[in-house]
Each structure stands twice: as structure tokens, then as C-alpha cells.
Design a protein around this ligand. Structure first.
Ligand code: SF4
Ligand code: SF4
Length: 519
């Protein structure tokens, strides 16, 4: 148990009634007086109350328990992925990068393991963003600000920075004490070490970011030998600064003042979403441990909350969750761990603070069993839409073509009459080869049975009227195609043509349509 809790118990014991002290009714009244919930609104609150309050520095106390362990696990997994993923290799062949996750801006490609996204497929990104937003809504509908409490980068890095602070400057009580003392060499050394470690982490964070935009081992070597592009150093400096400032200095202020999600989340939630909740039906009226025992012994009401403030001291945003839901509460669950430890120590049931709903508190007060409705219309709807968009994206990816052809008829002249009386139309045909190897495509034109097909610049034919066109790896090539009709066409005829390409080595065909015009 933490020292703060012990001191709370000591204070509690000191306040315990001695023989001959006030009667039970007075104790009950005292306990009721100290009860916080529900707080009575002040009808005539003074108008001059300031609208701005200076930030009170928060010294979150170390805590252990289920939710703390869960947060450690999430922290190690998410930071591990972020820092080391660029070094994971994925073999794609001789002409492609072997980095598993790479945003290749010069070549306009995004690689994610076996997935490769081209610039024309930016709709995948849109689909991904929609799925991410819906996943956020789903998390919110199930258990409030799960994202904020466990997964948000601001939370994860702040958690890491607070841990460094505890290593260097001590836990809450020690740190508070040091901050009250004048600067000594030891204090300077501790504070300096903290800021140095923070800066190192911030620098590594910024450095890891740019590894996603270039071959990681190469850029690391370049950075180490000061041969990396200046932009890389600029981005590292910028991200070092933002990480150091946001996670080291601003911390909970980002969640409370800067982030829009708490406001949006509050508008999206409903009465069945689980939130970190103080079960005031159990906790109130608050009383010190001894007072509560006396009250219970005499059949008087006494809550389980002993007002030790452990839940407040461990809170990274300084919230007293006993006052009800709060915009500052990121729902990290650390107050649950702190209170559970207290409850175990005083022999009361745990989960005085728990993921719960106000509906359940009312139901328990009415003698009804709690009601948990994770599967309900909105959670099902969110899950279905996520599954639908995911299925559509998967289908589109699985059936997408890595070759493409487009055709553009010459605007002027529309046709040319040759000396032998034949009629010729010309087209610009663009062939796109998205694969990472050079390919030859066989072009056929259907619609005019006896027409001659010529490609300017094509040196070989695989059959009559079947020219082959070579396209380099990951390139597109435009060729000029001449279609010559030998038969007599009706005046002002417009005959539909289909231009089809097939890889010479075999594969499926892809087509584009245009017309053949007669005078
Ligand atoms: S809710 Fe739990 S941790 Fe918080 S003051 Fe009450 S007993 Fe202490
Ligand atoms: S009140 Fe509890 S759940 Fe909310 S931020 Fe503080 S410790 Fe986390």
C-alpha cells in the first residue's frame, strides 16, 4: 500500500471517537456532512468567480492493479510497434522496397506488408479513415473513452514521461516535497536527468517517424553520418519538440483543452456505455474507517468510501471521479486500481469505482440487478458498417487490376482518307503497368473486322493485327495507334471499337472503348 493511503488511515484513526465522545447520531450527521455526492448546486454562486484558473501541477501517484497492468501492456505493444516496425522487412521482388511498412513519396506508393496502394487508390485511405472513426464510435458506445485512456498517443507518451519523472524525482509525495524545497545540486541533477531522458525519448520518437518514409537502415546510417536530407533533420527536430512539450509539459491540458474528442464523445455516448463510475450508492455517506465501523455497528448508514483520496492522487488528470463524470477523466481506470487496493485493505468489497453506468446505480438503489447492454442497436450498427466497409475494401483490393488501358481519339482530324481510298482514324492509347516487372502487352482492336492495326514505334507483332507494346516496371506508356478501314462505310458512321490489352506472357484482358468515324 502506498504511503498516502497509510497516512490517510493514520488521520482516520486519529479522528476516531474515544469513550465518552459524541453519540452515534452526531457521527451519522458528521458522516452525512462529509458526503460529496450528490453535490448541492449553489443557487446564488457569486458572479465574480474567475473564469480562468491557473494550472495546478499534477503529481500522479504510482499505483498497481489490473488496469495499470493493462496500460503497461498497451504501452509496450504500441510503442514497440511504433519504434521498431520500420525495421521489419518484407520481400517484394528485385524492383520493390523490402520495408514492410513504407510511405514511398517519391514513387507515390504506400506499402503495408503484402498490400501496395497506388496514388489512384486514395479511396482506400478514405475507407480506412471511415473505419477508424467508426471503431472509435464503437469503443465509445461500449466503454466510453477507451481510446483516450489506453491507446491515444498523448496518453501513451505522457504515461511514459510520468514514469520517467517518478524514476528521477520520486513518487508523488517525494516529488511534492522536493518541489517545495530550494534548488540543491541533487535536485538539479534529478531534474536534469529527467529532462535529458525526456528529450532522448522525444528525439527517438521524431526519428522513428521519418523511418516510415525511407528505407530505415539506410536513413539511420545517413543520419548517423550527417548525410541525410536536411528535411529529415528538420522533421526530427520538430517532432522532438512537440513530443517533449506535449507529453512532458502539457500532459492533461492537451486532453482537457486542446482535444476535440471529449466534446464529440460526450455527444455520442448513451446511458448504456460503460464509464469509470464512482458507485455512490455504495460509497456514500463517506466516513473515516473507524466512524464507519461504529455507524455500521449501530445500524446506521455508512458508505464504503473512507475519503482517503487515493483515487484522486493516482489520477493523471487530477480528477476526483467521486464528483461524477468529468471532461477531464480519460477513463484510464487507475482510480479503480487505487480504490480496489484500499477496499482490500479495509476488508470491503472491491469495485467501489468501476466501469459501470448510472442506470445500474439507480437499479441497485431500487433493489434491482444491474443491467449491462453491450450488444444494442448502436454497437451492432457500428460493427456492421465496419464489417461492410472492410469487406468492400477487401473485395476491391482482391479484384483490382494491375494493368490498365485508356484510349483517346485524335480530335483533329477525326479521319484521314488515304491515297488508296482507305479510311484511317488515329488514337492515343495509354497502357499502365503497375507491376514491378517490365511487361509486353498484346493489343487488339475489335469492332471493324477487316481493319489494319498499326502502332507507331512498336517493333513486333505476335499475330496479324496484334502488335505488342512493352511497358517498363511500374510505368505507363502512351503509343499512337492507327486503325485503317478498307471496306466502304456508311456516311458519317460512328462505329464502336474496343481496345483490349493482354499480357504477352498470359493473364486476363483489360479493355477501353472508343469510336471509328467516317466522313
Ligand atoms: S473512492 Fe476509494 S480511493 Fe477514493 S477516496 Fe473513497 S475509498 Fe479512497
Ligand atoms: S478519474 Fe480515474 S479513470 Fe478518470 S482519468 Fe482519473 S484515474 Fe483515470
Amino acid at each position: 500500500m502506498c504511503p498516502g493511503y497509510d497516512s490517510a488511515l493514520a488521520m482516520t484513526a486519529a479522528a476516531a471517537p474515544q469513550p465518552g465522545q459524541p453519540p452515534l447520531a452526531a457521527l451519522a450527521a458528521d458522516a452525512a456532512r462529509t458526503a460529496l455526492r450528490p453535490p448541492a448546486p449553489e443557487p446564488d454562486a457569486p458572479d465574480e468567480e474567475p473564469l480562468y484558473a491557473a494550472r495546478q501541477k499534477i503529481y500522479p501517484q504510482r499505483v498497481s492493479g489490473t488496469f495499470r497492468r493493462l496500460k503497461w501492456a498497451v504501452l509496450f505493444v504500441t510503442l514497440g510497434i511504433y519504434y521498431f516496425l520500420p525495421f521489419v522487412r518484407w520481400e517484394r521482388g528485385p524492383n520493390a522496397p523490402s520495408q514492410a511498412v513504407l510511405l514511398d513519396l517519391p514513387d507515390r506508393r504506400f506499402y503495408f506488408f503484402f498490400i501496395e496502394i497506388w496514388p489512384q487508390e486514395v479511396y482506400y485511405l478514405a475507407g480506412l479513415l471511415i473505419v477508424a472513426a467508426l471503431a472509435l464510435f464503437l469503443m465509445n458506445a461500449v466503454a466510453g473513452r477507451l481510446w483516450c485512456g489506453y491507446l491515444c498517443p498523448q496518453t501513451v507518451w505522457t504515461d511514459l514521461f510520468v514514469t520517467i519523472e517518478r524514476w528521477t524525482e520520486g513518487d508523488r509525495r517525494e516529488h511534492l516535497q522536493r518541489d517545495r524545497e530550494p534548488w540543491t545540486l541533487e535536485r538539479i541533477a534529478r531534474s536534469g536527468t529527467k529532462h535529458f531522458l525526456w528529450l532522448m525519448i522525444a528525439w527517438w520518437t521524431g526519428g522513428a517517424w521519418i523511418l516510415y518514409f525511407a528505407d530505415a537502415p539506410t536513413i539511420v546510417k545517413q543520419l548517423a553520418t550527417f548525410q541525410a536530407p536536411p528535411l529529415a533533420y528538420a522533421f526530427i527536430a520538430l517532432l522532438t519538440f512537440t513530443t517533449y512539450t506535449l507529453a512532458g509539459w502539457m500532459r492533461e491540458q492537451v486532453c482537457v483543452y486542446m482535444c476535440p474528442w471529449p466534446r464529440i464523445q460526450a455527444a455520442l455516448t448513451d446511458e448504456y456505455a460503460l464509464n469509470v463510475t464512482y458507485r455512490y450508492d455504495r460509497g456514500e455517506p463517506r466516513a473515516s474507517l473507524k466512524k464507519a465501523e461504529i455507524l455500521r455497528r449501530h445500524g446506521e448508514p455508512a458508505g464504503d468510501c473512507i475519503d482517503c483520496l487515493q483515487c484522486v492522487h493516482v489520477c493523471p488528470t487530477g480528477v476526483d471521479i467521486r464528483g461524477g463524470s468529468d471532461l477531464g477523466c480519460i477513463q484510464c481506470g487507475l482510480c479503480i486500481d487505487a480504490c480496489d487496493a484500499v477496499m482490500k485493505k479495509i476488508g470491503r468489497p472491491t469495485r467501489l469505482i468501476a466501469y459501470d453506468t448510472d442506470i445500474n446505480i439507480k437499479r441497485r438503489q431500487a433493489g434491482l440487478p444491474p443491467l449491462y447492454r453491450i450488444v444494442r442497436a448502436r454497437t451492432v450498427l457500428y460493427a456492421l458498417i465496419i464489417a461492410l466497409i472492410g469487406a468492400m475494401m477487401t473485395y476491391a483490393y482482391a479484384t483490382r487490376r494491375i494493368d490498365a488501358v485508356s484510349v483517346l481519339h485524335d480530335r483533329n482530324p477525326l479521319y484521314v482518307r488515304l491515297a488508296d481510298g482507305a479510311l484511317r482514324n488515329a488514337y492515343a492509347v495509354r497502357i499502365l503497368n503497375k507491376s514491378l516487372e517490365a511487361k509486353a502487352f498484346v493489343l487488339t482492336v475489335n469492332g471493324l473486322p477487316d481493319a489494319d492495326i498499326d502502332v507507331i514505334g512498336s517493333s513486333f507483332f505476335v499475330g496479324p493485327n496484334s502488335p505488342a507494346i512493352e511497358v517498363g516496371p511500374d510505368q505507363s506508356r502512351e503509343v499512337r495507334v492507327l486503325v485503317t478501314a478498307r471496306e466502304e462505310l456508311a456516311p458519317q458512321a460512328s462505329i464502336p471499337l474496343t481496345f483490349t490489352i493482354v499480357p504477352a506472357t498470359g493473364g486476363s484482358a483489360v479493355s477501353a472503348a472508343d469510336h471509328f468515324f467516317a466522313p
